[in-house]
Design a binder for this molecule. Structure first.
Ligand code: XMP
Length: 598
């Protein structure tokens, strides 16, 4: 393994560390905190991430002591900094009297060997900790401090082991990027040449595919027409030759309007060999059945993909077939893929049955270590057409997760705290009694939505939205009511399960929103725009929500601030679809809400 290992202590910003290292031109791998020296062979340096626990708890995450025998530079961050102090002889960590959260001033007490090159004697850093290093480990010296933290940076320059209490990976730390770049370039002496789309990286991915698949096995690949599976398929065909790689595009019935025909045509145009279409819409709809819990729906859909795989294999020439998937790194993180990370949702390519097969070496996932923007860059380098590569992300379980279901009828409820916060902005707010998935403080939440009505002012709504989710524990999403047929008071939450008719309504609404946004968003600033159907109805017609977001990698996102005339145009277009009774505009960032609303 080459580059930098980021050991994950469960920190919210762990993935940001990996990204910053990559942005500095060095390959990085996020690995479980307890990874051993053997598993890290070849690595040039180690970063230990922050985490939500305290090193003073006996069962909190620990590093494996063997990593010190590698004699490579180590940088601990926040929890990682404390873990170094608690693990190395002589060091002591204790709860601090004053907890430090937010911005602090870092005063460097001594310029260290490269770690703080170019960083002024005083700079702004972002901190969030309750414990502090009380005594340095033997051979270490203090390199910097803040008003509330005597050992805000420490190091042993001979052994090249460093710890910083602040978070260099977040942009609020003024020189954080510089510190991380210094670590990988000057301390670890990595060549900053790595690029996800360079010929060397692509060759390494293809070599990996060959090693996993071996000389004679074949690969049956699930392709969806999306960026990830398309690029992964192309890499496999390049590595193994077209005859050993077959693709199956599954029409789950949860696709967008016209999607299946468009994808097959695009594949043909791109010269893809051996891709067959399998219509499994009846099986998928039956598998989801009357289930209303989004996580269970996801699992059922994941398992249905495997049933299709068996079916297709029966029609292919006998042989030793592995399964190919376009899994990317965020799919793994959100599915609770590193030991310390929480399960936010089970991505369709991470159901338990598949995890067993992955462990048994029966699955090929060439892009499992890459982020979406990197996958796009690889796709461009492979010469794949923009129609496939620049496409907005669409989840494997498709419209099924955007079709919100519920078992119970429910009425609106007022919440005095919510009303009070909203009244400060001259808006009315109520709690929508439908729960949805969110991600807050590293954890999955399944909470309600606050619904705003009144006159839309962009700045007010942008300020009010986080104010609501910060102050109400049971709310993880905020939407603005943009228009409806009849009166809002006539809408009720009604028991709803996934149906073909409902899917058709959602499909049509989605197509109309897509057309308007394609015309408006010529600069492609919108990362994706889920269109969601809620079990909120009047005279049998449902509310539809639009969720346009901007993001770099899908891990965090800001809702897109659409001009009111565009929102109005979308509202009118959506309300013209038979079966749609109201339109809502999702004004929540990620976190606290996820991009998908399910
Ligand atoms: P969330 O909703 O977790 O989504 O903020 C982050 C990104 O992942 C996409 N997504 C999926 N992609 N299979 C996929 O291939 C899935 O099961 C899945 N679930 C979410 C989502 O559309 C967004 O781009």
């Amino acid at each position: 393994m080459q580059g930098i290992a980021v050991l994950d202590a469960g920190g919210q910003y762990c993935h940001l560390l990996a990204r910053r290292v990559r942005e500095a031109g060095v390959q990085s791998h996020v690995l479980p905190i307890g990874t051993t020296a053997d598993q890290l062979a070849g690595i040039s340096g180690i970063i230990i991430s922050g985490g939500p626990r305290s090193v003073t708890e006996h069962d909190s995450p620990r590093i494996h002591p063997s990593i010190f025998s590698l004699n490579v530079p180590i940088l601990g961050i926040c929890y990682g900094h404390q873990l170094l102090a608690a693990t190395l002889p002589g060091g002591v960590v204790k709860p601090s009297y004053s907890r430090e959260y937010g911005l602090a001033k870092l005063n460097l007490t001594r310029a260290s060997d490269g770690l703080f090159t170019g960083v002024p004697a005083a700079s702004r850093v972002w901190v969030s900790h309750g414990d502090s290093v009380e005594r340095l480990p033997d051979g270490f010296e203090t390199l910097g401090s803040t008003e509330d933290c005597a050992v805000a940076a420490m190091g042993n320059s001979e052994r090249k082991i460093f710890g910083v209490q602040f978070h260099p990976e977040v942009t609020h730390s003024e020189y954080g990027k510089q510190v991380l770049e210094n670590f990988v370039r000057h301390v670890c002496r990595c060549d900053s040449k790595w690029k996800p789309s360079s010929a060397e990286t692509i060759e390494a991915i293809e070599a990996d595919i060959k090693a996993t698949v071996g000389p004679s096995k074949k690969v049956l690949f699930f392709v969806s027409g999306g960026v990830d599976s398309t690029v992964a398929y192309k890499l496999c065909q390049n590595a193994l030759g077209p005859e050993r790689v077959h693709g199956v595009y599954v029409d789950t019935g949860f696709m967008r309007k016209g999607e299946s025909a468009d994808v097959m045509a695009a594949y043909e145009k791109a010269g893809f060999k051996n891709v067959r279409l399998r219509d499994a819409s009846a099986e998928f709809l039956a598998a989801v059945g009357t289930e209303t819990n989004p996580e269970v729906k996801r699992k059922r859909i994941g398992v249905s993909f495997l049933a299709v795989e068996n079916d297709v294999l029966e029609q292919l020439p006998a042989g030793d077939w592995l399964l190919g998937q376009g899994t990317i790194y965020p799919d793994t993180i959100e599915s609770g893929g590193t030991r310390e990370s929480a399960l936010i949702k089970t991505h369709h390519n991470r159901v338990p049955e598949l995890l067993r097969r992955i462990e048994a070496g029966e699955v090929v996932e060439p892009l499992a270590q890459f982020y979406k923007d990197e996958v796009r860059a690889i796709g461009r380098a492979l010469g794949l057409p923009a129609q496939l590569i620049e496409k907005q992300p669409f989840p494997g379980p498709g419209l099924a997760v955007r079709f919100l279901c519920t078992d119970e009828a429910a009425a609106w409820s007022e919440n005095s705290k919510l009303s009070e916060v909203a009244a400060g902005f001259k808006l009315k707010a109520r709690v929508l009694p439908v729960r949805g998935v969110g991600v807050q403080g590293d954890e999955r939440t399944y909470a309600h939505t606050a619904l705003l009505t009144g006159t839309y002012h962009e700045g007010d709504v942008a300020e009010l939205s986080p104010a609501i989710t910060n102050s109400l524990r049971d709310v993880n999403r905020v939407v603005f009511w943009t228009g409806c047929k009849g009166s809002i008071e006539d809408f009720r939450v009604e028991p709803t399960t996934t149906s073909r008719e409902g899917l058709d309504v959602l499909r049509e609404a989605d197509a109309r929103v897509r057309d308007i946004l394609a015309e408006y968003d010529t600069q492609q600033r919108i990362w994706q725009c889920p269109v969601v159907m809620l079990p909120l109805k009047r005279l049998g017609e449902s509310a539809i929500a639009i969720r346009p977001v901007e993001s770099h990698d899908g891990m965090t996102a800001q809702y897109s601030k659409l001009p009111w005339p565009i929102i109005e145009r979308i509202t009118t277009a959506v309300l013209q679809v038979p079966g749609v009774g109201a339109c809502l505009y999702d004004v929540t960032n990620k976190p606290p809400a996820t991009i998908e609303w399910e």
